[in-house]
Design a protein around this ligand. Structure first.
Ligand SMILES: CC(C)(COP(=O)(O)OP(=O)(O)OC[C@H]1O[C@@H](n2cnc3c(N)ncnc32)[C@H](O)[C@@H]1OP(=O)(O)O)[C@@H](O)C(=O)NCCC(=O)NCCS
Length: 166
């Protein structure tokens, strides 16, 4: 994914930029610790290999980078652009970085990238019980347009379908 180059700094501390292979161990660790539906290292890796259609970003903790700390990725988003639609697959932020605008900034960045490619719509599924994520998506302009029965496993649960029209 070379054509898109986002850099956005929130409070001088967090930088949003393209995900690289070097981020994947942390991305998978965040995914697992947040209880998201499992993708795992190989799925993210193959998504990165898709080139420009995969819009994969990380929020980097610049303080951790300069202090050589173990955890440098504060959050990530995995999304994909196809034809004229953006599909947001996963977004997660480490607990200690939540409610600081990072999740919203990650979503905003992929929406901007999709808009610049003339996307007509952005779409995602979210667990019916995940009120925090639903609030985040609503804050970013998504509306509920439907429900998929028993879409999720472990535990089984319906998905709400949320969409944003550009
Ligand atoms: C959902 C998640 C990504 C939000 O990340 P975040 O960085 O904390 O979100 P932001 O700080 O950008 O929040 C933006 C807005 O979203 C809404 N929001 C975010 N978290 C919320 C919560 N726990 N409860 C209610 N509203 C919430 C609020 O409107 C918030 O604005 P405010 O803080 O000014 O009130 C994070 O809680 C997370 O990683 N959860 C676990 C993984 C997950 O469920 N991912 C979604 C899978 S579909």
């Amino acid at each position: 994914m070379s054509a898109v180059n986002f850099v956005e700094v929130i409070g001088q501390r967090i930088e949003i930029s393209c995900m690289s292979e070097h981020d994947l161990l942390e991305v998978v660790e965040i995914e697992e610790s947040c209880g998201l539906s499992r993708w795992g290292w190989e799925a993210y890796h193959s998504e990165l290999a898709q080139g420009d259609s995969g819009l994969m970003l990380v929020a980097r903790d610049l303080d951790a980078l300069s202090n050589a700390e173990e955890h440098r990725v504060a959050g990530f988003i995995a999304s994909r652009y196809s034809v004229d639609e953006l599909h947001v697959n996963n977004v997660a932020v480490r607990p200690k970085f939540r409610r600081q605008g990072i999740g919203a900034a990650l979503i905003k960045a992929v929406l901007q990238a999709a808009a610049s490619r003339k996307a007509r719509r952005a779409l995602l599924e979210v667990r019916a019980s995940n009120l925090a994520a639903q609030a985040l998506y609503a804050r970013c302009g998504f509306c509920v347009i439907g429900r998929r029965k028993n879409y999720y496993r472990e535990p089984p649960e319906d998905a709400l379908i949320m969409a944003l029209t550009f």
